[in-house]
Design a binder for this molecule. Structure first.
Ligand SMILES: Cc1cc2nc3c(=O)[nH]c(=O)nc-3n(C[C@H](O)[C@H](O)[C@H](O)COP(=O)(O)O)c2cc1C
Length: 165
C-alpha cells in the first residue's frame, strides 16, 4: 500500500516494460476439494534459502484462486522446452486439465506431474496480498531435478534459449 497520490503507470506501458522480462514457465498444482487444480504461471521466484521459500503469484480472477490459497501445499513444475503443450493446457483449457496425465501424490496431497526440468513440493507458508494477485509463499519440502533445456516466455511468446548446452 502507498500513501502517494502520484498517478500509476498506464497498463499498456506496464505490460510493454514487464514483457521485456524473460522468465521460465511453471505449472502450479494444488489439491482441491473436487480433485487436483493446476495453472500455468510465469510469476514464480525463488525467495529464501533459510528457510527454503519460493513464491508464485496467483490471479484472483483464476477460477481456482481460493483452492490454491486454501490448500495445505502446492507443487511447482518448471517446464522444459518440449512442454509448450502442457503450458497451453494449464493456461487455456477449461476441461479437465489433468486428463491423460499420470499424476503422482506428493506430500500434503500435492499433485505432481511427470516430466519437466524440476518439480517442487511445497507446504503453504504464507499468503500475501498483491493487488489483483495473491502471492503464495511456500516452504519447499522436496525438490527433484532432470536434465534438459527450459521453456522460456518473453514478450508474449514461447522462447527457447539459443545457448542451452
Ligand atoms: C505464459 C503464461 C504465464 C502465466 N502466468 C500466470 C501467473 O504467473 N499467474 C497467474 O495467475 N496466471 C498466469 N497465467 C494465466 C493462467 O495460466 C490462466 O489465467 C489460468 O490458467 C486461467 O484458468 P483458470 O481460471 O481456470 O485458473 C499465465 C498464462 C500463460 C500462458
Amino acid at each position: 500500500m502507498t500513501n502517494s497520490h502520484l498517478p500509476g503507470v498506464e497498463p499498456d506501458d506496464f505490460k510493454a516494460a514487464l514483457g521485456r522480462w524473460a522468465s521460465g514457465i511453471t505449472v502450479v498444482t494444488a489439491p482441491g476439494p473436487d480433485g487436483p487444480v493446476g495453472l500455468t504461471a510465469s510469476a514464480f521466484s525463488s525467495l529464501s534459502l533459510h528457510p527454503p521459500l519460493v513464491l508464485v503469484c496467483i490471479g484472483k480472477a483464476s477460477y481456482h484462486h481460493e483452492n490454491f490459497i486454501d490448500a495445505p501445499g502446492f507443487g511447482v513444475h518448471i517446464l522444459d522446452a518440449t512442454q509448450e503443450e502442457v503450458s497451453n493446457t494449464f493456461a487455456f483449457t477449461h476441461e479437465d486439465r489433468f486428463a491423460g496425465i499420470e499424476v503422482e501424490d506428493g506430500p500434503l496431497g500435492v499433485p505432481l506431474l511427470p516430466g519437466g526440468l524440476a518439480r517442487l513440493a511445497c507446504e503453504r507458508y504464507e499468503v500475501v496480498e498483491g493487488g489483483d494477485h495473491s502471492i503464495l509463499v511456500g516452504r519447499v519440502l522436496v525438490a527433484e531435478v532432470s536434465d534438459g533445456a527450459p521453456l522460456a516466455w518473453w514478450q508474449g511468446g514461447y522462447r527457447r534459449l539459443a545457448d542451452t548446452p
